[in-house]
Design a protein around this ligand. Structure first.
Ligand code: SF4
Ligand code: SF4
Length: 233
């Protein structure tokens, strides 16, 4: 009888299109994460819905103290989204974001301030109305220069704003989770802007997840963009 590989074996064999350093960091984090779970069912669920990847990313972010950032409450050029997608998020993040925004359905949202703004934004205060539930991409995106963020929001490619390293570790962790659970459980990613828009438009969570679910190739594309970004640093 063939040996059924354990989750840790599966993770150790998993590959994802990131740099070796980032991939190794994500793999170590995931193996430690699942080792701390009470059982295989819980560990599998947390890998599948991105709870594990998000946890690793948040812990890594909490250990950083970047200096000289211009970021402040009400400064929201980074919440003007460049495309309809708005960024890659996990299922756990999509569920949390929808839950935070659903009670606000029907109220004016970020799009009343700027047509491309994230629907999570308060159009008056320009604060995130889902701050505690904001996804990893929002937590990791920072800048030392507000004017540079304004230029980026107007479609100019200027240096300055960008994502901190833990975002790349998080992305690699999602890719590794997907590879490790291949044939066991689906690991999906979602479009931030579509989940937020669905929630404030009163669309149910189930429907929101169906419409905002990425094609599997989107994560690969985001991982390749992440690898290019890391290489430029
Ligand atoms: S990333 Fe830029 S726009 Fe966003 S809070 Fe920081 S300085 Fe402001
Ligand atoms: S979820 Fe919040 S922090 Fe993230 S883009 Fe939307 S408004 Fe900005």
């Amino acid at each position: 009888m063939s040996k059924i590989p354990t989750l840790a074996d599966r993770l150790n064999k998993a590959r994802t299109p990131s740099t070796p350093e980032v991939s190794d960091r994500a793999k170590r984090g995931l193996v430690a994460y699942i080792g701390a779970q009470p059982d295989t069912a819980r560990a599998t669920k947390d890998l599948a819905d991105g709870t594990a990847a998000t946890g690793i990313g948040r812990v890594a972010l909490s250990g950083l103290s970047p200096q000289g950032l211009a970021c402040a409450d009400g400064c929201a050029f980074c919440c003007i989204l460049s495309g309809a997608d708005g960024g890659t998020i996990t299922e756990a993040e999509a569920v949390a974001l929808h839950s935070a925004l659903a009670p606000l359905a029907g109220q004016p949202d970020g799009r009343a301030w700027h047509p491309k703004a994230c629907p999570s934004l308060d159009p008056e205060t320009r604060s995130c109305r889902a701050y505690e539930a904001r996804p990893m991409i929002c937590r990791a995106y920072v800048s030392t220069d507000v004017e540079a963020c304004k230029s980026v929001s107007e479609g100019q490619a200027v240096p300055g704003p960008g994502t901190l390293g833990p975002y790349h570790t998080y992305l690699a962790a999602i890719g590794l989770s997907r590879a490790a659970l291949k044939g066991v459980k689906r690991v999906s990613t979602y479009a931030l802007a579509q989940v937020a828009a669905a929630a404030v438009d009163g669309v149910s969570l189930d429907e929101a997840l169906v419409h905002a679910r990425h094609k599997p190739t989107e994560l690969d594309a985001e991982l390749k963009r992440s690898k290019r970004d890391i290489s430029r640093v």
